[in-house]
Design a binder for this molecule. Structure first.
Ligand code: ZN
Length: 279
């Protein structure tokens, strides 16, 4: 049977957050690479993912069109199939559509309201859901199964690493409006809604960055649980949709920001290596 695929996007996790975290489970997938997102915020970055385009390595001396074609062919190894070419992505340019033609059941679980099921991003999935809470990767892991009779594609957008970097039950200081604009859109009549009066100081920024590291370590333990459930023919991809600024050059967060830290993301992929009994 073709490989199951688990594609995990740790929202807003920038590269050096990932490398500062202890991630014994994710490390079993392969060596982490520094890659670059095609976009500086959630929606367009996920749109590129649904086309089958992963964060790039910024290669020189090549034409972009050649890089794109090679990117699409890499799904041959990921699926364990012998018959994927660039042509299979035409005309829809949709990874879920290609995978469905190969017999996959395609599932998406997302945490960010900007990716809700009424958006274009959901269109080609068999089963698409915005989670009730933005930090419920544990709930996703609980409901995931790997049937023997049909390969499954899981596309998972995780909110734990997104501002305010909160794990279930935690209560960090939160300044309203900074990132909640899509959640409250249309409900709030105050024309100043979404505007923030104060900006974080550097001490808060440092604390936020540290907290994002903690969130990655928490996610790693849950990925360990998911690996326990997954059969050996499960292909994992772990990355982020964009980076995050923690005060560098006066920026916080991501979005309308032109800064390399907003584009640097961790990237790992590979077939699951099961733990041996004596490890
Ligand atoms: Zn994002």
């Amino acid at each position: 049977m073709k490989n199951h695929i688990v594609f995990i996007i740790m929202d807003s996790c920038r590269y050096d957050t990932f490398t500062a975290a202890k991630t014994p489970n994710i490390d079993r997938i392969g060596e982490v690479e520094k890659r670059y997102s095609y976009a500086s915020w959630t929606a367009p970055a996920h749109y590129a993912f649904t086309m089958g385009m992963l964060p790039h390595s910024s290669p020189t001396q090549v034409f972009a069109s050649e890089v794109y074609k090679e990117e699409f062919v890499l799904w041959t190894d990921r699926t364990g199939s012998s018959d994927i070419s660039f042509k299979d992505f035409l005309p829809e340019l949709s990874l879920p559509t290609v995978l469905k033609k190969l017999g996959y059941f395609t599932v998406a679980r997302v945490s960010m309201p900007v990716l809700n099921k009424f958006t274009l991003i959901s269109q080609h999935f068999d089963d698409y859901k915005l989670m009730d809470n933005h930090n419920n990767f544990a709930g996703m892991v609980d409901e995931i199964s790997f049937p023997n009779d049909q390969p499954h594609y899981y596309f998972l957008n995780l909110g734990e690493t997104h501002y305010p970097y909160m794990l279930m039950g935690e209560n960090l200081p939160r300044i309203s409006g900074v990132h909640g604009v899509f959640k409250s859109l249309g409900k709030n009549k105050d024309k100043n809604a979404g505007k923030t009066e104060t900006f974080f100081d550097l001490e808060q920024m440092k604390m936020f960055h540290k907290q994002q590291v903690t969130c990655v370590e928490y996610i790693d333990t849950l990925i360990g649980d998911l690996m326990e459930k997954a059969p050996e023919n499960t292909y994992f991809i772990v990355t982020s949709d964009h980076g995050e600024l923690f005060g560098e050059d006066g920026f916080f967060g991501h979005g309308p920001i032109m800064h390399e830290k907003c584009f640097e993301v961790p990237f790992l992929e590979g077939l699951l290596r099961k733990k041996k009994m004596n490890e």
